[in-house]
Design a protein around this ligand. Structure first.
Ligand SMILES: [Zn+2]
Ligand SMILES: [Zn+2]
Length: 147
């Protein structure tokens, strides 16, 4: 490949991964994906869905017109848990998400040692406020950037 050929940026790569991962979501209300990148370059992924071996969202547990899905573990939390399951270090890591984290996920992100969060769509401002107040760097981007 010659040097004139555009190359996908790192940010766009991981945001695109988060977007693809979101397509695995089992939530009826909203599909969310996350890619958590360790300082060493390892990647763990997460999407929102019911806990393992529990039934997927139904009209009772997940109201498409409601404010909250009651049965899922969120994508950001699942990416952190996937790192825990596989032993991937996430202290100093960078989390890429299709949506900005909710307050609960923001609290877990803060305590996990993740230092940066980049998201595509804003999903409420409370989580972002928490992250900023904890000194976590926030970025927004779209997976269409080339270098
Ligand atoms: Zn749901
Ligand atoms: Zn959340």
């Amino acid at each position: 490949m010659d040097q004139e050929t555009p190359r996908l940026t790192r940010e766009s790569l991981y945001l695109s991964i988060a977007e693809v991962v979101a397509e695995r979501s089992t939530c009826r209300r909203l599909r969310v994906g996350a890619a958590l990148v360790s300082p060493g370059g390892g990647v763990s992924i997460g999407y929102n869905g019911a806990p393992k071996s529990m039934p997927h969202c139904t009209s009772e547990t997940c109201d498409p017109n409601g404010e909250k899905c009651l049965s899922t573990v969120h994508a950001e939390t699942n990416a952190i848990l996937a790192a825990a399951r596989t032993g991937m270090t996430i202290v100093g890591g960078h989390l890429y998400c299709t949506h900005s984290p909710c307050e609960n996920c923001a609290r877990m992100i803060i305590n996990s040692g993740i230092l940066r969060v980049t998201f595509i769509s804003l999903y409420g401002e409370e989580g972002i406020k928490l992250l900023i107040s904890a000194g976590i760097k926030i970025g927004t981007g779209k997976p269409s950037d080339w270098e």
